[in-house]
Design a protein around this ligand. Structure first.
Ligand code: NZQ
Ligand code: ZN
Length: 396
């Protein structure tokens, strides 16, 4: 096991009606004037915006709204939000909605006290020394942004998608009411399920040994998500199923599943450029890449893939040839994706994806300083191109 620091300071307020505590919570953390940041309107339709505003008023707080964060949020609205927050003297940012609205809110919180261009943080030219206080109300279990140290923004000029991770990005509080997720379209529910599973898998496929506690927590979460997925897809208003999925999504990405080991995240880096270019749902993009990535990584450590197959999908271990079991796991994962309406290759993801786009995608993927991506088997440009190609019309 590697040395680690685990910092998950967020206060999670979970359950029915908890959005009505927003005002109280902002006050508790010292906010006096709030920027409520949201997306394209789902929170207006559901009444969440109104209830939140009411809760702030009841707590004697002032607020200004800023809507319009689109899926795969862009920098242009972040600049607008930074300007608005400064002009209005806002001291607290409250993101309400899915991961996109909350990521955009985190970006505004980082940008307001910074004298330079907030994009410096995303381009890895600077790290935030402080951020404005921020909290959130999550309506889409997927990204784990409600507990994560990350925010992901797309640069509209050039459509480059970049993440920024630092502990200051972790919300002071996150309100999590499973009922707020009842209205999700099935495709978004399914994309969210793929995304949270991917957050665990990016940490699970590792070369670090002797992390059994972290492994078993990861496997338990993955199994629970798979078990609840069918229920939540069939019964979108099943409170208990929604609650399990909502909580799992947070645990998948606050790094509980990453402690003590090297993590990978190459599939995420590859996907970010897909959702930047084609504006697809992040989770669906991950589903279109994962089976191909696993196939490509088979030779790296077939036993690891076989363990995933056995412990998460109940495959039978073939001790003589673990690649047989590993393959079984890939097929079971792909069948699971298909069962919830997700793609398993790029052709199914979006008809606009062309093979001729692969060099552009490869060129945009964020690399480490040594030019490689990920850690399980670090990927060169040639590897990335091969995986995109394999993913193009991957089949079990
Ligand atoms: O924009 P509105 O009108 O709110 O509608 C949204 C949007 O159209 C809708 N929606 C959200 N909650 C709803 C709802 N519709 C009905 N009922 C509800 N309760 O769903 C659509 C998608 O929302 P979005 O916020 O874009 O989805 P998601 O939560 O999956 O966020 C995706 C973004 O997060 C990034 C992704 O790359 C992508 O940009 N990620 C952020 C991470 C992080 N901060 O830690 C990690 C992830 O790996 C990921 O990269
Ligand atoms: Zn993700």
């Amino acid at each position: 096991m590697l040395n680690f620091q685990f910092h998950s300071p967020t206060e999670f307020v979970f359950g029915r009606g908890t959005e009505n505590q927003a005002g109280e919570l902002v006050r508790k953390y010292g906010g006096t004037k709030v920027l409520i940041h949201y997306g394209g309107g789902s929170v207006l339709k559901s009444g969440l915006y109104e209830r939140t505003a009411h809760s702030l008023e009841a707590a004697g707080l002032k607020y200004v709204p800023l809507g319009g964060a689109r899926p795969n949020p862009v920098d242009t609205l972040v600049y607008e939000g930074i300007g608005l927050a400064r002009r209005e003297g806002v001291d607290f940012i409250l993101g309400i909605g899915g991961g996109s609205a909350i990521d955009s809110a985190k970006a505004i919180a980082a940008g307001v006290p910074y004298e330079g261009d907030f994009w410096d943080f995303y381009a890895a030219r600077a790290r935030p020394a402080k951020t404005l206080k921020q909290g959130c109300i999550i309506t889409l279990p997927a990204t784990g942004t409600e507990g994560s140290d990350s925010t992901v923004i797309t640069r509209a000029d050039g459509m480059l998608k970049r993440g920024m991770s630092c502990d200051l990005n972790r919300p002071l509080f996150s309100i999590m009411n499973p009922e707020l997720t009842f209205t999700l379209p099935a495709y978004q529910t399914a994309s969210g399920i793929v995304d949270m599973m991917a957050h665990i898998m990016e940490r699970y496929f590792t070369n670090t040994r002797n992390v059994d506690v972290t492994d078993r927590i990861s496997e338990a979460l993955l199994t629970s998500i798979v078990n609840q997925a069918g229920r939540v897809m069939r019964e979108p208003e099943n409170y208990d199923a929604r609650a399990e999925i909502l909580w799992a999504g947070m645990l998948a990405h606050n790094n509980l599943c990453g402690v003590g080991r090297e993590t990978d995240f190459s599939v995420h880096q590859m996907e970010h450029e897909l959702s930047a270019k084609y504006d697809v749902a992040h989770g669906a993009g991950l589903a279109a890449l994962y089976p191909a990535w696993m196939q490509y990584q088979m030779s790296q450590n077939p036993m690891r893939l076989a363990e995933f197959a056995v412990r998460v999908f109940g495959a039978e271990m073939n001790f003589e040839d673990p690649t047989v079991t590993a393959w079984d796991g890939i097929r079971k994962l792909a069948a699971f994706y298909l069962s919830i309406g997700m793609p398993v290759n790029l052709r199914q993801l979006d008809a606009r994806v062309e093979k001729s786009d692969i060099p552009e995608l490869v060129g945009k993927v964020r690399r480490r300083k040594d030019g490689l991506v990920g850690n399980f088997r670090p990927l060169s440009d040639a590897d990335l191109a091969k995986i995109y190609e394999l993913a193009f019309d991957w089949q079990a």
